[in-house]
Design a protein around this ligand. Structure first.
Ligand SMILES: NC(=O)c1ccc[n+]([C@@H]2O[C@H](COP(=O)([O-])OP(=O)(O)OC[C@H]3O[C@@H](n4cnc5c(N)ncnc54)[C@H](OP(=O)(O)O)[C@@H]3O)[C@@H](O)[C@H]2O)c1
Length: 341
């Protein structure tokens, strides 16, 4: 089938384009700057998810759309806000896809968007989910945990950690409840998307794309440090000490995290209770984060320090929650049953 993919120049987008092409799809990549598209075989289509006039021609002739556009940091001075890039952009795309009679729509959300936490990133993802669910298309929503294994020269969580270890003699970790992560590989994500495009039994569903290994933040840092051959010392830092300075520091581009990113890290990023494991449901083979770290580097010697072991899978802690229209202030979303304009 012909698939329109947005965000195809990104950390997740590149592996997704390659996988869909390998699976035999024709792929049209909506790009702002065609020179950034590096995947041979993908058809570049110049456009912008914030410019609705470009989206109808981009959607025409496509049977499915995969929406991967997203940002982790707002830059309001450049017009980059979570609300625009996640919610408004999704609405623009849904409208175009409906008009162009695209059948299936796969939406990249985020693990945690369902929790009702007061972080603008999550709120915008949850609003976008509501818009997707209200549309008349066959929709699938994916909520990934932190993703690894994309191209090394695109910004990513793993890239941030590795660059920190490459120069910082000491790196802080946070301890206490929360701070657990279930990294999922870009290959697993791409295969899940491929399955969601063609399977008849996935429409209307939400999948939490969480890796099979669960790590505390401290263990994950140890693993990245040890298997990357870095020498930085890890030291504990109470979260409360960082939260306030991060409000100011996070606004500086050089600082690796915003206050909201730290809050989301504290909240944890593992599969919620009630959410089934996507691997079995979508026939996606499990990848190991630890193996990926081991294979990815040219290591002369193994660290003496025992690498951290994955924690046992997290015990159920909370019910699965699906954002509803009523969860948002009046006027922010289309009303129940109302069509997206
Ligand atoms: N990476 C993770 O760990 C992770 C975890 C959970 C969820 N997600 C979600 O997964 C999706 C992909 O993430 P990612 O890490 O691949 O992000 P990324 O590397 O930052 O890529 C973002 C993509 O969006 C495109 N884009 C930005 N603004 C656009 C606009 N106005 N019009 C058209 N395209 C625009 C960028 O294109 P340009 O090349 O033009 O900048 C780029 O291709 C996002 O929705 C993200 O929220 C990612």
């Amino acid at each position: 089938m012909r698939v329109l993919v947005t965000g195809g120049t990104g950390y997740v987008g590149e592996p997704v384009l390659k996988t869909l092409l390998e699976q035999g799809h024709e792929v049209r990549a909506l790009v702002r700057d065609p020179s950034r598209l590096r995947v041979a075989g993908a058809e570049p289509f110049q456009g912008d998810v914030l410019d609705p006039a470009t989206l109808l021609p981009a959607s025409q002739g496509c049977q499915a759309c995969v929406n991967l556009v997203g940002v982790l940091r707002e830059e309001p001075e450049r017009g980059v806000t979570f609300d625009k890039l996640h919610y408004q952009a999704t609405r623009n795309l849904l409208t175009a896809c409906q008009q162009a009679e695209v059948r299936r729509f796969v939406q990249m959300s985020a693990n945690g968007a369902e929790r009702g936490l007061p972080y603008a990133y999550f709120v915008s993802k949850a609003k976008a989910e509501v818009a997707v669910r209200a549309s008349e298309l066959e929709t699938v929503i994916l909520r990934p945990s932190v993703i690894y294994g994309g191209p090394g020269d695109r910004p990513s969580f793993m890239g941030t950690l590795e660059s920190l270890f490459s120069w910082a003699p000491a790196v802080p970790y946070f301890s206490g409840p929360g701070f657990e992560l279930a990294p999922v590989s870009s290959r697993e994500v791409a295969l899940a998307i491929g399955a969601c495009l063609v399977r008849p039994d996935v429409t209307g569903k939400i999948f939490h794309l969480c890796g099979a290994e669960v790590y505390s933040y401290k263990d994950l840092l140890r693993l990245v440090r040890d298997l990357g051959g870095h020498k930085s010392v890890l030291f504990p830092l109470p979260y409360a000490l960082v939260r306030l300075p991060a409000v100011w520091l996070g606004k500086q581009r050089w600082f690796p995290a915003t206050a909201d990113m730290l809050g989301m890290l504290k909240a944890g990023n593992i599969r919620p209770a009630g959410a089934p494991d996507f691997h079995g449901l979508l026939d996606v083979p499990e990848d190991s984060f630890k193996e990926w770290l081991l294979q990815g580097r040219d290591r002369q010697s193994r660290p003496e320090d025992e690498p951290a072991e994955p924690l046992p899978r997290a015990a159920p802690t909370r019910e699965l929650y699906i954002p509803r229209i009523e969860d948002f202030p009046p006027g922010e979303l289309p009303g129940a049953g109302e069509k997206i304009p």
